[in-house]
Design a binder for this molecule. Structure first.
Ligand SMILES: NC(=O)C1=CN([C@@H]2O[C@H](COP(=O)(O)OP(=O)(O)OC[C@H]3O[C@@H](n4cnc5c(N)ncnc54)[C@H](O)[C@@H]3O)[C@@H](O)[C@H]2O)C=CC1
Ligand SMILES: O=C(O)[C@@H]1CCC=N1
Length: 273
């Protein structure tokens, strides 16, 4: 059986996506090969049943996959992609998950006729609850676009962007976003402890509250602002708390705007490096 997908880099994001694909049953394990130089991570991938090798040279260059997924750091992606030049300008579609790195970069390294899909997933892809935004160049065939959409759907919701330039903002919102939310959970847990709760209770309250509220926001017909109003009893405790959190100059609104702006600017910088 020939290899349909080659996944290059099986760290945090590569492994999260691999788990999603295999769990979704869109591609059988014997059609996926992983390239990962770190032995422990290679073994982790092999533990899912796929073939895992240490470098590009261990793959048969004549066995061009339908999809070459690049999940290495933006700082090395140009050099890593160069090892797969033999699959450029052909039937192989490149799917990148790297922050900042433009489609033009892949066309430069692999050839101007190479089908390229740039994507921005996030780490909840690991449990099929990711958010994945995509933008494809004109060389991607409708059949491959459909296959990639089915594949990415195993990892969560998929949104096709109308412009590649939007990728920096997407990276700053949904790509990095889980990091912000994890910190929110940490901060709520810390505040719970300072309010006098035992460590285990504080940890449970923080996680369950964020999970429950996020699930309700997704499932409910009401917009988040309406759900918030349903929690805010007149002159009650939530109003007292939100008066701090919703402060127009020092509250969460301006803080998140600054957070997203800093991440978006960093994504732009990574694209220029
Ligand atoms: N971690 C996250 O939440 C997200 C990461 N990304 C993107 O995913 C990419 C990977 O990030 P992480 O998984 O977080 O980093 P990571 O460091 O966990 O994974 C990168 C992996 O690439 C491997 N690698 C290095 N050189 C290689 C080579 N020549 N061939 C094959 N594999 C090689 C490393 O051993 C490592 O396991 C980045 O471009 C990042 O921008 C995108 C969205 C979210
Ligand atoms: O922090 C980063 O650069 C990557 C991209 C989005 C999430 N993690």
């Amino acid at each position: 059986m020939s290899t349909r997908i080659v996944l290059v880099g099986c760290g945090h994001m590569g492994f999260a996506m691999l788990k999603g694909w295999l769990g979704g049953g869109v591609v059988p394990v014997d059609q996926v090969a992983v390239v990962e130089p770190t032995p422990a991570l290679r073994e982790r991938a092999a533990g899912l049943g796929v073939r895992a090798v240490a470098d590009a040279e261990a793959l048969d260059a004549s066995d061009a996959p339908e999809l070459l997924v690049l999940a290495v750091k933006p700082q090395v992606i140009r050099d890593v992609a160069a090892h797969y030049r033999h699959w450029g300008n052909g039937a192989t579609t490149v799917l990148s998950v790297a922050a900042g790195t433009s489609i033009a970069t892949f066309e430069d390294v692999l050839g101007g006729q190479t089908p390229v899909i740039r994507s921005m997933p996030n780490i909840p892809a690991m449990i099929g609850k990711g958010m994945i935004a995509t933008y494809a160049n004109a060389h991607v065939s409708p059949e491959t676009a459909k296959f990639v959409e089915a594949l990415l759907s195993c990892s969560g919701a998929v949104a096709a962007l109308p412009e590649e330039a939007m990728m920096d903002a997407v990276t700053a919102v949904s790509g990095s976003g889980p990091g912000y939310v994890f910190f929110f959970i940490e901060a709520l847990e810390e505040a719970a402890k300072r309010a006098g709760l035992p460590d285990d209770v504080a940890a449970l309250l923080a996680k369950q509250t964020v999970w429950g509220a996020a699930s309700l926001a997704v499932e409910s017909q009401d917009v988040p602002a309406e759900l918030r109003r349903q929690v805010m009893s007149p002159n009650g405790t939530t109003v007292a708390g939100l008066n701090v959190l919703m402060d127009e100059t020092k509250g969460l609104g301006p803080l998140l705007a600054g957070t997203v702006d800093a991440a978006r600017r960093r994504s732009e910088e990574l694209g220029k490096a």
